[in-house]
Write a protein that binds this ligand. Structure first.
Ligand code: GLN
Length: 535
């Protein structure tokens, strides 16, 4: 039977529950235990697919095509294992399942209530992993902050599950904040005491406190926290602010979070955590020998979380080359023809980001034209690739009103368009081309040099596609389809002949980059940026 570790958060949001959960999982994995992590999200949306990136950051897509919370990206980047629909659930989906069952008559005339029906559904979701694969440990991150109305059913499900499986099989790690009051020059424990009280009201005594802090926790403060929050002193774990999220597993190792957890769960494990690949990566990350500036042209730049996986992919790929990658956000809406040169000329490469809708398209097209003509490395992802096709159609093929029908449904030259099977879909939730699809890569392409193989599989999240009616014309003028879907013939990768590096991909490579497996296309793009800098 798998053992469960719940991670709850107190005092404030954004303390990094996802990173703590992923770091703990990494340490347990490094001791040869099999671990998975789930995220329970307390909002009513059935999934985050319909959320604006400003609301909730990036929507992370799994191999099986689930649109999920961005924390799943951290889980994959840390554990180097794919997640799936089973790793994320929202209150919306829980209620949807319960209501569907009610309509089907599954409750046999009973009144359907939060307890037990909603809590049962939550528990069912949590425990389904036992059927899905063998895990020694399942970590469950409960989204939101203890005390929120929305989290109550999840805490109740946790209380019940813990009662059912026994305390030796179920731990609660509470992540809390220890604020520093500058004027008093003191770290304060009171907010944490209060958040533990909130948990106690829900019938849950936390086993371990992980304390986010800007300053090291002195011994007497640890004692005080242990006393007032009713935990052992070794269970008060310091989580100092780190330079990079990738330091956190090592900080947790130093605080012996892994051995305390194993001890409390009664798991015998004499392995020494093997983190050699991880520390090699950190070494390179922290001691770069080179540096490049990459422009990230997008329209959600105010919020870094909107491009989370892209930023992290640059970190992974940079480390491969011992190169510091400075990502310079360039808001596509503010880019006009007059300032393209001053704003882009000192960049070693630009990435045009994924996105939806018309806003900011002009800026993207201007940026692409500039790097195409000036031989600056270009990497376009999803909408970024579609914009490269549109730009080429307008400025090289001379198709003046060429566009994606997403932006201009009446264009005479729909170089990017909807496939017939998408045309009658009106529902927005879960209806895009989602998840992993195979792609066959041409031998003579830059993509092939990067991947080193013909057959790849990458994750998608889009509605619009390259219009193959224009393929011959584009290829004759130098824009080649170098990767295609073997089943449908859809164009998945485009590259420009006679350019040092001009690669656009219809899929999302950033979703598959991990610390241990940096994505080949990000690695090759940084290589190209380094070469460009030398030139
Ligand atoms: N809006 C485009 C489409 O739906 C691109 C989506 C994306 O960049 N993820 O096809």
């Amino acid at each position: 039977m798998a053992k469960y570790i719940f991670v709850t958060g107190g005092v404030s949001s954004s303390l990094g529950k996802g990173i703590i959960a992923a770091s703990l999982a990494k340490l347990l994995q490094s001791r040869k235990l099999s671990v998975t992590i789930q995220k329970l999200d307390p909002y009513i949306n059935v999934d985050p697919g319909t959320l604006n990136p400003y609301e909730h950051g990036e929507c992370y897509v799994t191999e099986d095509g689930a649109e999920t919370d961005l924390d799943l990206g951290h889980y994959e980047r840390f554990l180097n294992r794919p997640t799936s629909q089973a790793n994320n659930v929202t209150t919306g989906r829980i209620y949807q399942n319960v209501i569907q069952k009610e309509r089907a008559g599954a409750y046999l005339g009973k009144t359907v209530q939060v307890i037990p029906h909603i809590t049962d559904e939550i528990k069912k979701h949590i425990t389904q992993h036992e059927q899905l694969g063998h895990y020694d440990i399942i970590i469950i991150e409960i989204g939101g902050t203890v005390g929120d109305i929305e989290s109550l059913p999840y805490l109740e499900a946790l209380r019940q599950l813990r009662r059912e499986v026994g305390k030796n099989n179920c731990l609660v790690v509470h992540l809390t904040l220890i604020p520093y009051l500058k004027a008093a020059k003191e770290l304060k424990t009171k907010p944490s005491q209060h958040s533990v009280k909130e948990l106690l009201q829900a019938g849950i005594q936390p086993d371990i406190l992980v304390c986010r802090t800007e300053h090291p926790l002195p011994e007497d403060l640890r004692e005080k926290l242990a006393l007032f929050c009713n935990v052992e002193e070794r269970s008060v774990i310091e989580a100092l602010d780190a330079d990079t999220i990738y330091d956190v597993p090592l900080l947790m190792l130093k605080e012996q979070l892994d051995s305390t957890v194993l001890d409390k769960l009664g798991i015998e494990n004499n392995e020494t955590p093997d983190l050699s690949t991880w520390t090699d990566f950190l070494d390179k990350l922290k001691n770069p020998k080179h540096e490049v500036n990459i422009g990230l042209v997008g329209k959600y730049n105010e919020l870094q979380d909107a491009y989370k996986s892209i930023y992290e992919s640059f970190v992974h790929a940079g480390a491969v080359h011992e190169c510091k990658v400075n990502v310079i956000p360039i808001h596509s809406e503010t880019l006009s023809s007059g300032d393209v040169v001053p704003r882009l000329q000192n960049l070693d490469g630009i990435l045009v980001a994924p996105g939806f809708g018309e806003r900011g398209i002009e800026g993207k097209l201007l940026a692409i034209r500039y790097v195409r003509e000036e031989n600056i490395p270009f990497f376009g992802i999803c909408l970024g690739m579609q914009c490269a096709v549109v730009e080429f159609a307008i400025n090289v093929l001379g198709l003046k009103d060429a566009a994606s029908t997403e932006m201009n449904p009446d264009t005479h030259h729909p170089v990017i368009h909807l496939l017939p099977e998408q045309r009658n879909i009106t529902d927005k939730g879960g209806t895009m081309r989602l998840g992993a699809y195979k792609c066959v890569v041409d031998s003579s392409s830059k993509a092939y040099t990067a991947y080193g193989t013909h057959e790849i599989s990458e994750r998608h999240r889009h509605r619009y596609e390259f219009n193959n009616d224009y393929l011959a014309q584009m290829e004759a003028a130098g824009l080649k389809a170098t990767g295609t879907n073997p089943k449908t013939g859809l164009v998945e990768i485009i590259e420009l002949d006679q350019h040092p590096y001009f690669v656009g991909v219809q899929f999302h490579p950033e979703l598959k980059s991990t610390v241990e497996n940096p994505h080949p296309l990000f690695v090759s793009f940084i290589r190209a940026a380094l070469d460009n800098k030398k030139r």
